[in-house]
Ligand binder design. Structure first.
Ligand code: TYD
Length: 217
């Protein structure tokens, strides 16, 4: 949790959100490369995970180990992982002026767990785990559930699907709607892009959004 001993955030924090198969990880890496080429120090990271303890929690959750405990327990585990990730990696990077580009963050909890857990619990967990380490720009890569799942299945080439990937297409579609609603409610932070575009076109749109948001020349 945040306390008065924490230093000032000087870097920029960008997150990517979206459903399965939306191409987030490719675009996270491409944006990180562009920022580095522009001369910025960049930390590329992901959730769930990003720090050794959070990666251990990631394994536990995605293997379905917490599923039987219910969505509140899962939400708490995601928040615990996030707290460690923020404390160990994100905040120290931002305090030293680095840019942080993260594949999924707090909005994933609000959408995935928020379907089953009340909003005030999600708010509290977010406050505890994130504090003032909130992203200034969130890129939502939007894709239909069917298309995203087809892509994710192709990408995994028959590997066993994780706890969330194996859910019904209607659940994935409901998550897509929830992401869009969230983006609509915070237009100053979100940029929503069509994830079915060619990766190169999408990369340019993301770079454009980033330049505008942070007044980069
Ligand atoms: P991952 O393999 O990283 O998926 P993706 O490539 O789609 O990002 O698995 C993360 C899964 O965990 C994904 O299905 C979304 C889910 N998730 C939550 O349910 N809550 C969260 O807070 C986060 C960060 C992820």
């Amino acid at each position: 949790m945040t306390d008065s001993s924490e230093g000032q955030i000087r870097g920029k924090f960008i997150t990517f959100e979206g459903g399965e198969g939306s191409g987030k990880s490719t675009q996270v890496s491409r944006l990180a490369e562009r920022l580095k080429d522009a001369g910025y120090a960049v930390v590329e990271t992901r959730e769930p995970g990003g720090s050794p303890k959070a990666e251990a929690i990631r394994k536990f959750i995605l293997a379905g180990e917490a599923e039987g405990k219910g969505p509140r327990a899962e939400a708490m585990l995601f928040a615990a992982a996030r707290m460690d990730h923020v404390d160990r990696k994100i905040r120290p990077a931002l305090e030293t002026g680095k840019w942080v580009v993260c594949d999924r963050f707090m909005d994933s909890t609000r959408v995935y767990q928020g379907m089953h857990v009340d909003g005030s619990t999600i708010d509290l967990l977010e406050k505890m785990a994130v504090g003032d380490c909130r992203p200034e720009l969130t890129v939502l890569l939007d894709i239909s559930a069917k298309e995203g799942l087809d892509r994710a299945i192709k990408r995994s080439r028959g590997a066993r699907r994780d706890r969330f990937e194996k859910e019904d297409v209607s659940v994935h579609e409901a998550r897509r709607e929830a992401f869009l609603k969230l983006a609509e409610s915070q237009p100053e932070r979100f940029v929503v892009l069509d994830a079915t575009k060619f990766p190169r076109a999408l990369e340019l749109e993301i770079w454009d959004a980033c330049q505008k948001r942070f007044n980069l020349s």
